[in-house]
Structures are given as structure tokens and as C-alpha cells.
Ligand binder design. Structure first.
Ligand SMILES: [Mg+2]
Length: 409
């Protein structure tokens, strides 16, 4: 074991996610050309029609796996303006894919089975597979319904065989819990991991090390870099740059001259497989706030004592939320709603981060002095923004003066 663990980041992408979720209830459709799109699911439609047209048996919602394949609606019968949300692997060779109009797709692959989208079901399985991952490797960044980044660096098995041991465990655990397969790329960073997860689809694992970049990454087209879209791709092509290797061969200076400072620098780094972005476990909150609506409208002067108590309670609640979540903030503000429903906010940014209830109460009180309080109040709120993680602000003996920077990046 090296003294300092090497950074190992995984990108996990579920295989044909929507189609695979549909196959869990309609296994008889597995491997067939199939598109999902158009209207919302009409849950009992198929069952209802079966009971009319195939009355030899009483059909219920438990019989989905028994529905004869020839009973499913076909793309050729579709009329309307819907588009494809996803197409199964077997449908793709016919030239149909996401975002294509269903009627256009019907001309290319009329025999494809057409299923309506069922996002409730997809979200349910999305939550399930992410829960499996979090229990094994808690540093997980949610990247949408069917993909995540995972920091393998400090997780048991995350370094063995470049991360393959942990990737295999996660793959198997997800399959055992959901019946779904996924593909995983493990690499020194997110950029490479994202590319690697595509190398071995479906149900694959790909391991990329720094030393593999020339062999595995450079032959790929530039568009395989997440962040190089059609526009940049076309511009690179106009300079004769097709592959990532050709991009890497350009001087950083040349790229900056042609693509600007930040974009040029990024292109150069990306082509060399450099990417320092951390895996972000949850979206960072912008602010923490508490507010309360009064049982009766209160007046700043006549109900001063009561308002004061509420104000203190709000400050304490916000402070408690901040401390529990591990944040401190510098911008302290208030929100008021008057009896005419007009809303007023005021805030102040102080010199140091805080999660102290008394400090929050004090600064919020100063904000309150900047408001015309002649009208009665319906609602009072206290908010703390410009947050930082308190753990990132612990004074460091090496560089105390930079201790409060860099928490976002
Ligand atoms: Mg996917």
C-alpha cells in the first residue's frame, strides 16, 4: 500500500436504463427492438384489452410477464407528435435513437415495440441503485437518473487492481438488489472515468491509469471528451484535429490563441487526461433559512416582546441547522411579509463565517433596523448565506491565510 492513496474515481452508468427497467416487468421483450416514448403510461390499458380480446384467462396486473409479445403496441401503429425517450440496443441499428420523432422512427423500424414512459418507475429504481452504491462507497455524486461518479480512493477494494475489485462488488450488489446491469469506468479522475465507462458496455468494467492515456484515450475522437460538443468539435475539425491525440499534440499556447484562455487551457488539460474536479456528494446548499408565519399580525412596537422571542428562536433554529449540516455563513439576512403581503428582505455580509446563534441574532437585528416597520407583520424569516463547510475553515498550521478559500473547487 502506498503511503498516499492514488486518486481513483469511478463513473457508473446504468445500461439502457429505461429499457432495462421495463424488461424487469416485461422480460418477454428482452432483446427485441423497442422504443420508449410518447404519451404517459396508461397502466391498465394492456390488461383491460387483454381481458376483452383474450378472455380465455382472467388477466391482472400480476400477469405483465405473461402478456404475449404480439399483444404489445408497435411503432408502426403510432400516430402523433411524440418523440423517443430511449431506444433499446436492438432498435439502434435501424437508425432510431433518443429525441427522434416516433413517426419518423416508425418508418425506419416499424416492427419495434412501443412502450410509454413511466418515470415514476425509473425514479424508483434510480433511488434503489444509488442507495446500494452509497452503502458501499459513500462519496457518490448524483449525475442524473442513471449515472453517478464515485470516489473509490479511500474505499476498501478501491485501489485493488486499479479499482476493479470494488467495481465488481458494486456491479454485483446493484444486480442482486435490482436485477439491473451497469458499466463502470475507473480512472484517476472524472473526465477519464466518464470515457472509460463507455469502453465495455453493457455490463463492463474498464480500468484506466495515467500510463494508458496514450494507448486508450488518444485514438478516440475529440467529441468523446465530455464537454466537447458539436460546436467545438467542428472548430477542432476545421483545424484538422480529429482525435484526442491530435488535440494533445497542439501546444497549450496555440489552443489558448485559438480558443481563448480558459477554454484553450481546459482543452489542453483534457487532451492530456488532467482533471482535478472533486466528487461532490450532494449539491451544496446556497443558504439555510427558517421562517415563521404568525397566528395574528404583529406590530413591531406594540408586540415587541413577542417578536423578539420569535426572532431569537429563528436565529437559534438557523444556527442549529448550520451546525448540524456542518456549515458556517457570512451573509445574514431577514425576510418580512407585511399584512399587505408585501415582502421585504435585507441582508448584511460580515467579516467572518459564523454559525453562532447570538451573532446571527445580532446581525439580523441590525438588518431589521433598516426596514420601515409601520405596518403589521405576518411573517418573519432569518437566513444565512455565503456558506462554507466549517471543516474547510479549520485553521491550518501550514497556510492559515488561505484557510477560507477553495472550498468550492
Ligand atoms: Mg445509461
Amino acid at each position: 500500500m502506498p503511503a498516499v492513496a492514488r486518486r481513483r474515481i469511478a463513473h457508473l452508468d446504468m445500461d439502457a436504463f429505461y429499457a432495462s427497467v421495463e424488461w424487469l416487468r416485461y422480460p418477454q421483450l428482452k432483446g427485441l427492438p423497442m422504443v420508449i416514448g410518447g404519451g404517459r403510461r396508461q397502466e391498465d390499458d394492456l390488461i383491460g384489452r387483454l381481458n376483452v380480446e383474450r378472455p380465455e384467462r382472467h388477466w391482472t396486473a400480476d400477469d405483465l410477464a405473461d402478456i404475449p409479445v404480439d399483444f404489445f403496441p408497435l411503432l408502426r401503429d403510432y400516430v402523433g407528435r411524440g418523440v423517443i425517450t430511449t431506444a433499446s440496443y436492438a432498435a439502434r441499428p435501424f437508425g432510431v435513437g433518443s429525441a427522434m420523432g416516433l413517426m419518423k422512427a416508425a418508418r425506419r423500424c416499424p416492427q419495434a415495440i412501443l412502450l410509454p414512459v413511466d418515470f415514476d418507475q425509473y425514479r424508483k429504481y434510480s433511488r434503489a441503485f444509488k442507495q446500494v452504491i452509497r452503502e458501499i462507497a459513500p462519496v457518490m455524486e448524483d449525475r442524473g437518473i442513471d449515472e453517478v461518479y464515485i470516489d473509490f480512493t479511500g474505499v476498501p477494494g478501491g485501489q485493488r487492481e486499479g479499482g476493479r475489485v470494488l467495481a465488481r462488488l458494486i456491479q454485483k450488489s446493484i444486480f442482486d438488489a435490482t436485477g439491473l446491469s451497469c458499466s463502470i469506468g475507473v480512472a484517476p479522475n472524472k473526465l477519464l472515468a466518464k470515457m472509460a465507462s463507455e469502453f465495455n458496455k453493457p455490463n463492463g468494467i474498464s480500468i484506466v491509469h495515467e500510463t494508458d492515456i496514450e494507448r486508450l484515450i488518444w485514438p478516440l475522437p475529440c467529441r468523446k471528451i465530455n464537454g466537447i460538443g458539436p460546436k467545438t468539435g467542428a472548430r477542432l475539425l476545421s483545424h484538422g484535429i480529429t482525435t484526442i491525440g491530435e488535440l494533445a499534440a497542439r501546444e497549450r499556447h496555440w489552443l489558448i490563441t485559438n480558443f481563448g484562455n480558459s477554454h484553450g487551457t481546459w482543452l489542453h488539460d483534457a487532451a492530456h487526461g488532467r482533471d482535478a474536479r472533486p466528487v461532490v456528494t450532494e449539491s451544496e446548499p446556497v443558504s439555510v433559512s427558517r421562517e415563521t408565519t404568525f397566528d395574528r399580525d404583529l406590530h413591531a412596537v406594540r408586540d415587541r416582546a413577542e417578536l423578539g422571542v420569535i426572532f431569537t428562536e429563528l436565529a437559534e433554529a438557523v444556527a442549529g441547522d448550520l451546525q448540524r449540516k456542518g456549515y458556517v455563513g457570512k451573509t445574514i439576512g431577514i425576510k418580512l411579509r407585511f399584512d399587505d403581503f408585501k415582502i421585504v428582505t435585507r441582508d448584511t455580509t460580515v467579516g467572518e463565517h459564523t454559525s453562532d446563534a447570538r451573532r446571527i441574532r445580532q446581525v439580523a437585528g441590525q438588518c431589521l433596523k433598516r426596514v420601515d416597520l409601520s405596518r403589521r407583520l405576518r411573517l418573519l424569516g432569518v437566513r444565512v448565506g455565503s456558506l462554507a463547510r466549517s471543516a474547510d475553515l479549520q485553521p491550518s498550521s501550514e497556510a492559515p491565510e488561505t484557510a477560507d478559500t477553495g472550498w468550492l473547487f
